[in-house]
Design a protein. Structure first.
Length: 432
């Protein structure tokens, strides 16, 4: 990081400054933390975490996030990147201490012995996709001009999170917003625009932490375009909209789950270890009940019970865009301390002023069509393991996605969830 001008202390008692956390996807996801200036606090101990435990903690946190977002966005399509949000929270955690750090650890499930161990967990994931042509992950810190980050905080974010740092004048709010939004657009194939507004930045802003993820994957088994037809998509038992329904008959991993009153289908992406996992309630109005049951269902357990078979699939083409300010969501999940005047981010800046989070902004976008998916997510090349020794020569299963469903973009081995969403209505519907 370029050295910034040294901060000049004054005799005036410092006020807390805002931190903005922003997070991006394609599926795209962007998350931003905005930190502002405020008074001080201290740090608590942590425990070591194995890779499996780390992956499980991310899934648990993602389930909680989805539940909160669904609660505050009833009857709306949702798409977000749990990994993107978790990464930005982890970046902020590198500079946290005291009760603020303890709350973040407990809420997200961070149990690493210290900041270095936690950063190593993320580094192992981020490093795997550094040279990926399919998945692009980018982190960035914008720092108020004339301010410097502490050496350890900067080293962890630079070396472990591959985060670039740049000084900026938040006092020139429109210019700063344009710079930040320009970076976001460049990392998300221009799919996420206007993430940060000029009125969310001012001369009290000290840092903006950003995470952007862009994923563009092609299906291993693309849907033939000539098979796409106009069909009904049910909004409830009787009301429908016309959608462009894709059609294919292929070998996929499939499962029937009576305990969920649902079926599931896994569609792999080419040259990666990612799949889209679609979970479809058996009832046209069963999505809410399914979401409730999925709160206590491990995706790893669910996918382990799926098998390879011939499946006739009808799946709507769709696009979805979603944005949310996550302050209330994260507060409800137990991280309210970082938004208060008692927040402790004393490990971030060399200057003596304390910081608090003013905003956590998330935007996500997804498009699914015959060729594949554009979204924010992570990928690596790995052969898929079939859990069935042969494809049984029986009547093909049917997986007709003509009503509300939930979907996840997952890493097949670990079931790490890069993107998660639900579709209640199809926005890419046929004009009436």
């Amino acid at each position: 990081m370029k050295s910034a001008v040294n901060f000049k202390q004054t005799t005036t008692l410092p006020t807390r400054r805002p931190l903005i956390i922003v997070n991006l996807p394609a599926i795209l996801s962007i998350l931003a933390f905005i930190l502002i200036s405020l008074p001080f606090s201290t740090q608590g101990p942590h425990n070591n975490m194995a890779t499996v435990e780390f992956s499980n903690s991310l899934e648990t946190f993602g389930v909680k996030l989805f539940s909160e977002l669904a609660k505050t966005n009833p009857q709306k399509n949702i798409v977000f990147s749990p990994f993107s949000i978790q990464t930005c929270v982890a970046m902020a955690r590198m500079g946290a201490a005291g009760d603020t750090a303890a709350e973040m650890d407990k809420s997200v499930g961070f149990t690493a012995a210290n900041e270095e161990a936690l950063a190593d967990n993320y580094h192992s994931i981020l490093a795997a996709y550094q040279d990926s042509n399919i998945l692009k992950i980018a982190n960035k810190i914008y720092i108020m001009k004339n301010y410097e980050t502490k050496y350890k905080f900067n080293e962890l974010l630079t070396k472990k999170f591959f985060s670039g740092a740049e000084n900026i004048d938040f006092g020139e709010s429109q210019k700063a917003a344009n710079t930040i939004n320009g970076w976001v657009e460049s990392k998300t194939n221009n799919l996420i625009k206007d993430l940060v507004s000029s009125d969310s930045l001012n001369s009290d802003t000290r840092l903006v932490l950003l995470n952007a993820i862009h994923f563009k994957g092609e299906w291993v088994h693309p849907f033939p375009e000539h098979g796409t037809r106009e069909k009904d998509f049910y909004l409830d038992e009787t009301n429908t909209v016309k959608v462009r329904m894709m059609h294919i008959s292929e070998n996929f991993r499939y499962g029937e789950f009576p305990e969920l009153d649902a079926t599931a289908l896994e569609m792999p992406y080419k040259n990666s270890d990612l799949s889209m996992l679609v979970i479809l309630p058996n009832s046209r109005t069963g999505l809410a009940a399914l979401e409730e049951k999925l709160k206590t269902t491990s995706l790893h357990d669910l996918t382990s019970k799926m098998y390879s078979t011939k499946v006739i699939v009808d799946m709507p083409k769709f696009k979805a865009e979603f944005s949310a300010e996550l302050k209330d969501v994260l507060t409800n999940l137990g991280m309210g301390h970082m938004f208060s005047s008692n927040a402790d981010f004393s490990k971030m800046l060399k200057s003596p002023e304390p910081l608090q989070v003013s905003k956590v902004i998330h935007k996500a976008f997804i498009e699914v069509n015959e060729k594949g998916t554009e979204a924010a997510a992570a990928t690596a090349k790995k052969a898929i393991k079939s859990r069935c020794l042969r494809v049984c020569k029986i009547t093909p299963k049917e997986f007709i996605v003509d009503h509300g469903y939930q979907y996840n973009i997952i890493q097949r081995d670990s079931c790490t969830v890069w993107f998660q969403g639900r579709t209640i209505t199809v926005e890419d519907k046929v004009d009436q």
